[in-house]
Design a protein around this ligand. Structure first.
Ligand code: DQQ
Length: 584
């Protein structure tokens, strides 16, 4: 484990010993959780990321597509800007961009959820009926799993949900820790015609994906074995789904519906993804592997580390994510929650906390070695005024400003060509498991051989405030290179009290082939969401500039490496503001 990860683990453990102040890893502020926001702070409020008009949000819940509408539910505190009073708020959209909020979908009302309605998923049954399964907190504070059905199937908004009295349908048996048993997945259908799903849990330090089966979606029986387990602490918000492989009967970028797994031919030609959210580390990792339907066993491919240095969807602020199959565009779409990293008093003052990352299309790479993510294509509909820079060399130590757009709410696509790969610094193999620590030491101000180069975003004109999104290339020997992608917010603001961690991940690419690294960054006031090398490595970060706000925020390209780089092409667009959760 890297030093940063070890430190985080220690801090998390300290946190957990003060059990009274944490619930499902959310810190509790009893005195703040029902304090209405007086007004909503606009300065750093995002423009095109999903968020409600005010107050606290966390995990995306039950995303689905029904009768022409996308639905997104999310954990929401209707009464304040910190975690608490959690309900399932509900929004609908025709395009994943403009959102309308409708009545809350699920809120505590029955004995089986009277103390909370926590995360869960939707499954659209073969007859087209959507069903939600979620975690309820019962009067004994046990975590139980409940179902809810739409009251009126002819309402495409699915405004009202009914919780049958036969809930809970899954209760923790004696061998399960009832305070660590939550977040049921979308169910999948086995070739035997029975449903399966998993629920996140733990046994001491072992995270577990507890497996259940059902014939009728009502009576669920626990399987003798779990789908998978690992020594990484509580597994929250597991997600398990099929992905198409290159060379199969469908394009590898197309999504696969879990319902299709009934068909043995489909089931045999896909791979499977298991993603878990690590309560202790506050990040997620995934493996890709093989799932034996008959035995209900999941085995990750050996090339995927199955531990807390596993591959991540996002190396930044992205948690409790959930994917769904979009039948309209035959793709799998991923939602993830990005928490604030400012202070609780700041959140109180601004009256809101938390956003959802831009929905991402997610699929297995052609090589099968990792997942690729890319903002859903609909995001392009927000692009407005545009500038383009091409074939601009940036010598060692130089930088330039991109002018002609207001970049505070923008979409930037750039490609950086490297002149002298030979100048790359030597890579120490011990760094392999700690990209974040490496980026922390070799941050954007530390000069290198090839890189650091990239963007300074949300920068003040004098560059005193700036957030760097950048790459650094190392060589392991004369022919092999390692590419590191970093996000360095250490100079994003002067406010020392802000938490400003560097985030980083390695980029799985052969730099000798192209000698060029593409980058896309979605900038949105206090969000910097970056997709390196076509979505191979993604990093979302939250920053809170004090000067580089509104029209004062600037965009630069910089190069602090010895090798010259060339911006072969940079396109930047101002982004329009969609309708964001106005009541219907
Ligand atoms: N948030 C929910 C839990 C989940 C956690 C409670 C993850 O169901 O485990 O708001 O952020």
């Amino acid at each position: 484990m890297g030093t940063a990860a070890a430190l985080l683990l220690t801090v998390s453990l300290l946190y957990l010993t003060a059990a009274s102040v944490v619930r499902a890893s959310h810190v509790i502020y009893p005195e703040l959780q029902s304090l209405e926001a007086k007004e909503v702070g606009k300065k750093l409020r995002t423009g095109y990321h999903f968020q409600p008009p005010k107050h606290w949000i966390n995990d995306p819940n039950g995303p689905m597509y029904y009768k022409g509408l996308y639905h997104l539910f999310y954990q929401y505190n209707p009464k304040g800007a910190v975690w608490g009073n959690i309900i399932w708020a509900h929004s609908v959209s025709t395009d994943l961009i403009d959102w309308v909020s409708v009545e809350p979908g699920i809120y505590p009302s029955k004995s089986f959820d009277i103390n909370g309605c926590w995360s869960g998923s939707a499954t659209v049954l073969p007859n087209g009926v959507p069903v939600i399964m979620y975690t309820g907190i019962d009067p004994a504070e046990r975590q139980v799993q409940n179902v809810a059905y739409p009251a009126n199937l002819s309402d495409p908004f699915l405004r009202e949900w009914v919780k049958p009295n036969y809930n809970p349908i899954i209760s923790p048996d004696r061998s399960i820790n009832a305070s660590a048993f939550r977040d049921p997945t979308t169910a999948w259908y086995g070739p035997d015609g029975h449903w399966r799903l998993i629920v996140g849990s733990k046994e001491d330090m072992r995270g577990i994906a507890v497996l259940y089966r059902s014939r009728d979606f009502r009576r669920w029986v626990r399987a003798h074995h779990s789908l998978h387990a690992g020594n990484t602490g509580m597994w929250e918000c597991p997600d398990f789904y099929p992905v198409a492989v290159a060379g199969g009967s469908r394009h590898h970028r197309s999504g696969v519906d879990t319902l299709e797994l009934r068909d043995a031919a489909v089931a045999s030609e896909v791979k499977y993804v298991l993603k878990v959210s690590l309560d202790l580390m506050r990040y997620e990792y995934y493996t890709v592997g093989w799932y034996d339907h008959a035995k209900d066993r999941y085995t990750p491919d050996p090339s995927f580390p199955d531990n807390d240095y596993g591959l991540r969807y996002d190396y930044g602020d992205f948690y409790a994510s959930k994917s769904f199959f979009d039948p309209a565009k035959k793709r799998r779409v991923l939602w993830g929650w990005a928490n604030e990293s400012d202070t609780v008093p700041d959140d109180r003052q601004k009256g809101w906390a938390g956003i959802q990352a831009i929905p991402r299309k997610i699929f297995l790479s052609r090589s099968g070695r990792q997942l690729i993510q890319w903002p859903v294509e609909e995001v392009k509909s927000l692009r407005g005024i545009h500038v383009n820079v091409s074939n601009k060399a940036v010598k060692s130590g130089q930088y330039f400003k991109v002018t002609g757009i207001k970049s505070v709410q923008s979409d930037v696509e750039a490609a950086f060509a490297i002149k002298d790969l030979d100048k790359a610094e030597k890579f120490d193999p011990a760094w392999r498991t700690n990209a974040q620590g490496l980026c922390n030491r070799l941050n954007s101000h530390v000069k290198g051989g090839v890189g650091p180069f990239g963007l300074w975003v949300l920068a003040s004109g004098d560059l005193k405030e700036r957030t760097a999104v950048f790459f650094r290339v190392f060589k392991t020997n004369d022919t092999n290179y390692v590419v590191l992608m970093c996000n360095d917010p250490t100079r994003s603001t002067f406010e020392a009290k802000d938490y400003r961690p560097t985030f980083a991940g390695f980029v799985n690419m052969d730099i000798t082939k192209t000698k060029k690294i593409p980058l896309r960054t979605l900038i949105d006031h206090s969000v910097v969401e970056s997709f390196g090398a076509g979505g191979r490595t993604c990093i979302l970060t939250r920053v809170y500039p004090r000067i580089a706000i509104g029209d004062k925020a600037q965009l630069f390209v910089f190069n602090n490496g010895q090798s010259e780089i060339k911006v072969t092409n940079l396109h930047a667009w101002e982004m329009k503001t969609p309708t964001m959760n106005q009541p219907e």
